[in-house]
Design a protein around this ligand. Structure first.
Ligand SMILES: *Cc1c(COP(=O)(O)O)cnc(C)c1O
Length: 483
């Protein structure tokens, strides 16, 4: 066989990678049928399915030389992926931090994947990069950040926090010899992704002060300032304060305004982690609660939480573009074509990534199609539902944590006799076994707590009523009947 014959033969063999119109339609029809079926049923689907196999059936269909039919593959997805355990698309998902998965965001992804625009570098994909920068500018406006703020659409809050921590490290001149003397401040309720980011950034040997909190689990600003003063007196180098704008455990908002003042007074970097709470800025109430967020140097917010996007959407904003670029900008010879354009900053110069998913379109499309009003209403609905739940749960005899600041409630039932932790674990297990709604649990000051978190755009009064009914029933079975 000549080389040309060989090339033609290979092209023929590879042709399945570019299906013709009829084939595209046939496969797409099956995919759409399943998506439609899923969305039509989502209102009655469980939020949690106990399933012992945990998707192990996937192993029976190994990757092989020849392909399989789309119907057999969708069957696998339906049974092995979309059935077991948590169903995050369900409005009954009231655990961890719910998100959702807006349909229009999926269409944005679909288009981004079909056209495969390159959103890493402005030269290659000016429209795509401009779209992402415009979305970040909109978020900067929400946070009260000034013009000239830079940012990055990340895969989530963890990477956003990492970008902020690395920038803070360099901006504050924390070089290797300084690390053991450098001090980081947060409460014990800061998200664990920050600890992870600190370690990955090479800052694991810094001093980390966990500042005491008030009764509502918010940082005690007086204690923060006293600790900074003491550390300075001892010759240490305070450099970073991490404030939470909505902790994952309890939804507590640290006193951002006070932290901003202290940070400025001592010349430290203030990072605000608003991965969960950030988009409540779209509500008047949230804006009030998050007052002072504009005084931070960097902020993390997760569109896959507060804007209900499918997973894979976080964001970081950094006030000082020079410092953001100093940590992330790189130039390589093979990128020389990209260096001629300076119109807009490129995501590749503002994050660890080069080639990346075009994340802007999945965010831009739903925001443009729906406008902001339904987002604001949905977020306000979550705040009201949370207050409703907080009041109703007390009527059922539950002890509650502080009045919710945003959309998280911690609560537990204290039995007259017996161990409270065991009883509450049993209640959580019973709710999980029923499956219609899902709540998670946490430990606060060593105590086992049930946890309600309301942030899915599909969560409505109905789901809260189901949860209350479940709690009433299981409290009776587990606690009252033995008291
Ligand atoms: C969810 C969350 C994170 C981590 O974000 P991911 O998107 O899960 O990576 C960080 N901080 C807070 C407060 C969060 O709620």
């Amino acid at each position: 066989m000549t080389r040309l014959d060989k090339i033609r033969q290979l092209q023929q063999e590879a042709s399945a990678l570019e299906p013709e119109a009829s084939m595209r339609q046939a496969v797409q029809q099956e995919v759409q049928k399943y998506a439609h079926e899923f969305l039509e049923a989502i209102g009655t689907m469980n939020a949690f399915n106990e399933d012992d196999a945990k998707g192990a059936g996937l192993n029976a269909a190994p990757i092989g030389e020849t392909g399989r039919s789309i119907t057999s593959l969708i069957d696998l997805v339906r049974k092995e992926v979309d059935h077991p355990a948590l169903n995050p698309a369900s409005g009954g998902h009231l655990g961890y931090i719910p998100g959702g998965g807006l349909f229009y965001a999926a269409l944005g992804d679909y288009l981004a994947d079909i056209t495969n625009r390159y959103a890493g570098v402005f030269f290659a994909g000016p429209g795509a990069v401009r779209m992402e920068n415009m979305l970040l500018e909109w978020m900067a406006g929400l946070a009260g950040y000034p013009a000239g703020t830079t940012g990055n659409l990340t895969s989530g809050g963890s990477i956003a926090n990492l970008i902020a921590i690395c920038t803070a490290r360099d901006a504050m001149g924390i070089i290797s010899t300084q690390i053991p003397r450098a001090v980081i401040y947060s409460t014990a309720y800061a998200h664990h992704s920050l600890e992870k980011a600190i370690r990955i950034a090479g800052l694991g040997e810094c001093q980390h002060r966990y500042i005491p909190t008030d009764k509502a689990f918010r940082m005690d600003a007086l204690a923060l300032e006293a600790q900074i003063q003491q550390d300075k007196t001892e010759g240490l180098k305070p450099f970073l304060i991490i404030g939470s704008a909505g902790t994952t455990d309890t939804g507590a908002v640290d006193p951002l305004e006070r932290i901003g003042e202290i940070s400025a007074r001592y010349g430290l970097w203030f990072h605000a982690d608003a991965a969960y709470g950030g988009f409540f800025l779209l509500t008047d109430e949230g804006k009030e609660k998050l007052r002072g967020i504009a005084s931070s140097d960097s902020v993390t917010m997760d569109p896959h939480k507060g804007l209900f996007l499918p997973y894979g959407s976080g964001a970081v904003l950094i006030k000082n573009r020079i410092q953001h670029l100093a940590t992330h900008q790189y130039q390589a010879n093979y990128m020389q074509d990209a260096l001629t354009s300076t119109d807009e900053l490129s995501p590749a110069d503002l994050s660890p990534e080069l080639t990346k998913h075009f994340r802007g379109l999945r965010l831009w499309l739903p925001l443009q199609l729906c406008g902001l009003a339904p987002f604001r209403a949905c977020l306000q609905e979550k705040l009201e539902l949370t207050r409703y739940f907080y009041e109703e749960i007390q009527k059922l005899g539950y002890e509650t944590g502080p009045e919710p600041e945003l959309s998280v409630v911690i609560f537990r039932r204290i039995p007259k006799t017996g161990d409270a932790d065991t009883v509450n674990q049993k209640i959580a297990d019973a709710i999980r076994a029923d499956g219609r709604v899902f709540i998670s649990t946490t430990r606060i000051n060593g105590q086992f707590m049930l946890r309600f978190a309301c942030l899915s755009f599909r969560t409505h009064l109905y789901h809260v009523e189901v949860l209350l009914e479940q709690l009433k029933m299981h409290t009776h079975e587990v606690v009252v009947s033995i008291e």
